[in-house]
Design a protein around this ligand. Sequence first.
Ligand code: ZN
Length: 542
Amino acid sequence: MSLKIIPIISILILSVACEPFRFDNYTLYKVLPKNLEEIKILEDLQNSGADFDFWDDPVPTADYINVLSKPELKNDLEGFLAAQGIDFVITLPNIQELIDNEKKKRYTRSNVKTMEWDDYYTLEDIYDWLDDLAKAFPDVVSTIVGGTSHEGRIIKGVKISHGPGRRAVFIESGIHAREWIAPATANYVINQLLYSNDEETKAAAREFDWYIFPVTNPDGYIWTHVGYRLWRKNRRKFGDEYGVDLNRNWNDNWLVIGASSNPASNTYAGPGPFSEMETRTLATYIANMADKIDLYLSFHSSGQILLLPFGNTTEPLANYYDAMKIGRRALGALAFRHGTQYTIGNIAEAIYFAAGTSVDWVKERLKIPLSYCYELRDRGVYGHLLPPDQILPTGEETMDSIIEMVWQAKRFGYMKASNATALKISMKIGRRALGALAFRHGTQYTIGNIAEAIYFAAGTSVDWVKERLKIPLSYCYELRDRGVYGHLLPPDQILPTGEETMDSIIEMVWQAKRFGYMKASNATALKISVLLYLAAIVKLFF
Ligand SMILES: [Zn+2]
């Protein structure tokens, strides 16, 4: 055998392996149960092991259930439903036609405007775009790595931040690979936070930190592009089967309900809680910054439902009524633009019992106060194959609801940067400035907030500029000396006082910049960032 043949053979094998599975004449049904008996019949069908892909679970609240059938089983399904008297309609006779209409565009590297909202993109394109945004907005956007996949890919996201000390919104998207509208919507949110001209959106971008991961199941997402469009799980191999449902693998009531212990199932919960690289690494990332997060959002499709924890019980969570009110108002904003109607409820009552989900885990284990799962468009027609012309309206209405949500959350007392955090940062900057001050002549200062270091004094300038004008850093220097001359400091101390004070101010501005202040590109650029109030008043205690 000639050596030349080997590469040709391996290329052939590779190209065969990479040919995506075709869904010719696979048909999507919308089954319409009229009562609980019919729902029970459908539940039995789902559990019978028959080879139908249930896109919705037959739960008592379901008013429709999307079921996908392969061509050779369509007669069986239709005959069965007719015999049981269960109504159904065919919404998509041949889903391959829908699939053929996806994926026409590519993102052009370094041209951020070529990420558009009328088509779905590959993982590579999305990751390139995130990198390019970080280059385009170096002071505001940074790429972040939330974890690693089973096949060794990173879970890449962006942090959008206009300065330190802000409360955070965390968006986790694309954990179910085939739900392509989820990453597309997360991308749209990122884009709006950077480019929107809407004042409320711009204010929300500035006032909060945003951590957004469009694709938290990168292996699965790639597989939906190159292998099997309707893949849901990750790509870890278990015997002859592949994949764990990453939204049943979180360590909160794991496998208690609404999940399967069978690796062949689409809701396989994995061999143990956090058995999967994706969930384990991402959960660690979230846990390490949990004290910053007030609002956690998870994007899925479909059904137009906003879900609250918990998935294993209909018992209300601690701040259930706050969360419901905030959610309802967000959905009012969502409906306003295109008339899209959502329902709201906790997972167990609104959709299905499902344990081991991310929104339950962050709420229960990390005590993140507000946690929602969006089941995005649509309701029963296209499901996971939402046509690309619905990406833009879905993005728009979802963004409207998120902006309403953050401001409503703030109204209800969430999303407020704690004064303690801001004080801690300004103390750090101040201490480093005093290190520089002491260096030249050995002059020792003390530092503290006015009330604790000197005296209680109201109506001062430093308090006013901080409280009323929101100038982030505000200090008052009590200059030399300590108890000898006071207001009658001899002229020969003017120069050393000037020198050491100048040293400390220079240190202060650079430290402030290190901590994220004093950046010209920030929205606060026109504000005076540091007020240096050089008051020659004698301290009350010597
Ligand atoms: Zn999902």
